[in-house]
Design a protein around this ligand. Structure first.
Ligand SMILES: *Cc1c(COP(=O)(O)O)cnc(C)c1O
Length: 262
């Protein structure tokens, strides 16, 4: 860990080696997904960001897609994101999409090329990200933040459900104090049952759209939406998402966390 961080400070990050067979496979899978995403976007609409979710996958996989031109990658675990950020090129835009803990906000905000935190689910965490960015990386770009909303109201999911709390966070982002973080949009994880029934409109996605309309009209924002994963991204695009977060369809199934190698 320590050695790696010294290496990256000296900016002598060497490109990571990879095998040609894996390169061909990954590029094929990525372009297939990208093709499906682009095909779903109605003509004349804004582009949809395809976030490559690389959690639990090796840095060499990320290097392959980076060399192919991909710059946005999603990670779920703070320590893993930090280690990968030290091994991989500095112009990668890292998106943190995992459950955010207050005591990890500082470490996350220190990552210079952390681009977006998609899972801000409390005012306290928004404040901590702002404070730490200002203290440790004041010259870096402000961290884009998405407020995570628990649209399915399942107990095991994080995210906000209360209008009062959601408005409070939006107001924080609009305040003078929030210099090192900026509000980008809203994020949700659809419930599993709903994701696997693609005959109808997805209720979680409709709810996120309603939240966007409510906040945009009250505060004059133009919030983006992050909704849709491998199982339900087509429906998310139909319902107007700005971003889909796809892991499995690009990288294949993930190893268990204790067997994953960076
Ligand atoms: C893992 C993860 C994804 C990607 O899921 P896949 O089903 O592998 O595409 C997307 N969003 C979040 C929040 C995740 O944790």
């Amino acid at each position: 860990m320590f050695r790696r961080s010294v290496r990256s400070i000296m900016s002598s990050v060497k490109p990571i080696a990879y095998e040609n067979a894996r390169k061909e496979q990954l590029i094929e899978q990525f372009t297939a997904v990208k093709g499906m995403v682009d095909a779903e976007v109605p003509s004349g609409s804004n582009k949809v960001l395809l976030l490559a979710v690389s959690k639990l996958k090796p840095a060499s996989d990320i290097q392959i897609l980076y060399d192919y031109g991909v710059r946005d990658f999603g990670e779920n675990y703070v320590q893993e994101l930090i280690e990968k950020s030290q091994l991989l090129p500095q112009d990668i835009r890292w998106h943190f999409i995992g459950g955010l803990q207050s005591n990890k906000c500082k470490d996350l905000a220190k990552v210079a090329n952390l681009h977006t935190v998609e899972t801000v689910d409390s005012l306290k965490k928004a404040r901590k990200l702002n404070e730490a960015r200002g203290k440790y990386q004041p010259e870096c770009e402000a961290i884009s933040c998405n407020i995570q909303i628990n649209t399915s109201q399942e107990d095991q999911k994080s995210g906000l459900v209360s209008e009062k709390e959601i408005f409070e966070i939006v107001e924080f982002f609009k305040s003078e104090e929030a210099k090192y973080v900026k509000l980008n949009g809203l994020m949700t994880i659809g419930s599993w049952d709903v994701s696997h029934d693609d005959t109808n409109e997805n209720k979680d996605f409709s709810k996120l759209v309603e939240w966007k309309q409510k906040i945009d009209s009250k505060y004059g924002t133009e919030l983006k939406l992050s909704m849709g994963m491998s199982a339900d991204f087509k429906q998310a695009i139909k319902q107007g998402t700005s971003e889909v977060r796809i892991g499995t369809d690009i990288f294949g199934t993930r190893p268990p966390k204790n067997e994953a190698k960076i």
